[in-house]
Design a protein around this ligand. Structure first.
Ligand SMILES: NC(=O)c1ccc[n+]([C@@H]2O[C@H](COP(=O)([O-])OP(=O)(O)OC[C@H]3O[C@@H](n4cnc5c(N)ncnc54)[C@H](O)[C@@H]3O)[C@@H](O)[C@H]2O)c1
Length: 355
């Protein structure tokens, strides 16, 4: 495959690691990266080492009460942090400049960009669909990949499928770990069966860097706890989030999460969304996983046997590895499809990622 140029929207906990993982994959050149305060662009390739060093411990998030950036309002929670160096987030890099309109600035450069990975928060459900729509309306002809989690957002993307097709966009949605990697694994595991009764996804994540470095991820997960929803989670202050983490001694268990693995598996014809359950345990005080990530697919074979195929991730593989490896693998597959004119909205169970 020829070289693929790509941009990352949102250089937070996930987006920074996307840049890092891309350095270990063949043929991927990051040419643009932005967060809510700044943008770095170099069509010959960003210096990822410099950008990561400059943003270490310095991710630009937004406080609910802070003035919004020109591009959007209230897209995440958190605090406008400047923890190290001059400027918050990506502007601390010597390759970057401040901007009020980071997403528009990437759109303005997008004619020369093969693929865009959206590692943005999803605390406002239509934020990612609306952002994708802006690329289409600007006539972007390339690949969009997101790592969003919530089931209901997939329908919002499907509603825009005609717009993406007309523009020449190949969109892979929900292409992180869960949904994403594990959805794809379930689709493969289902192939033994002619009927799938149940898909159980159970994840374990250990994040010693905790809420501090994974703000979007932790805040969005808290929205799944009893008594919270996406709106109330968005309004929580950092101190309130830290207090919830403390109440659970740093280990939070989730059941019946609204993860899009369900609709993505239904969409691919594997099983009904109602037959998919997602839960897991997040430990924000240790890098060790509190439980082994496991996908169990139970079904009936053509010759009448009932069985459960199981797929497990090694405990040594981190969330960053399991989100970004697949996201970039799906991105590469999507670029191949885009180059032969295959446009529209696809889920991780519809295609296999390329290594
Ligand atoms: N599918 C999966 O397996 C999986 C796993 C982990 C995280 N995620 C998702 O990844 C997303 C990112 O999580 P995170 O922990 O990296 O979050 P984060 O808060 O650390 O980073 C978000 C980034 O987006 C930027 N941003 C926010 N609003 C913006 C705007 N209007 N314009 C430009 N940039 C903006 C922020 O400045 C920040 O750099 C979340 O939606 C999370 O749910 C998915």
């Amino acid at each position: 495959m020829d070289d693929v140029t790509f941009a990352v929207l949102g250089t937070g906990g996930i987006g920074r690691r996307t840049l890092e993982v891309s350095q270990h994959k063949d043929g991927l050149t990051p040419v643009a990266a932005c967060d809510r305060n700044g943008i770095a662009v170099d069509h010959d390739g960003l210096d990822v080492g410099e950008l990561l060093a400059a943003t270490e411990g310095n991710v630009a998030s937004e406080h609910a009460g802070n003035a919004p950036s020109g591009d959007d309002t209230r897209t995440d929670g958190g605090t406008a942090v400047k923890r190290h160096g001059e400027g918050a987030g990506v502007v601390a890099s010597e390759q970057a400049r401040p901007t009020e309109t980071p997403i528009q600035d990437v759109i303005d450069e997008s004619a020369a960009i093969d693929a865009v990975l959206l590692a943005l928060p999803n605390l406002t459900h239509d934020f990612i669909p609306r952002t994708a729509e802006r690329f289409a309306e600007a006539g972007y002809e390339g690949v969009l990949v997101d790592v969003l989690k919530r089931s209901r957002v997939i329908g919002m993307l499907d509603e825009r499928a005609d717009l993406f097709e007309e523009s020449g966009i190949t969109f892979v949605c929900g292409a992180g770990a869960t949904p994403g990697f594990l959805t794809g694994a379930a689709a493969l595991a289902a192939q033994s069966f002619v009927e799938v009764d149940e898909v159980e996804i159970w994840w374990g994540v250990g994040l010693k860097s905790g809420y501090e470095d994974n703000r979007g991820t932790v805040r969005e997960d808290i929205a799944h706890l009893d008594g919270y929803d996406i709106e109330s989670a968005r309004e929580l202050s950092d101190a309130e989030i830290e207090a919830i983490v403390d109440d659970h001694d740093g280990v939070i268990e989730f059941e019946d999460m609204e993860h899009a693995d369900d609709v993505l598996l239904e969409r691919a014809g594997i099983c009904d969304a109602a037959d998919v359950t997602v839960g897991g345990i997040l430990d924000v005080r240790s890098d060790e996983k509190p439980t082994t990530t496991t996908v169990r697919v139970t079904g009936r074979t053509f010759d009448g046997e009932r069985g459960t195929n199981t797929f497990q991730l090694d405990d040594a593989t981190s969330m960053a590895a399991n989100v970004n490896g697949p996201a970039l693998g799906y991105l590469k597959t999507a670029v191949r499809m885009n180059r032969v004119g295959d446009y529209g909205v696809f889920g991780p169970a519809d295609l296999l990622p390329v290594f």
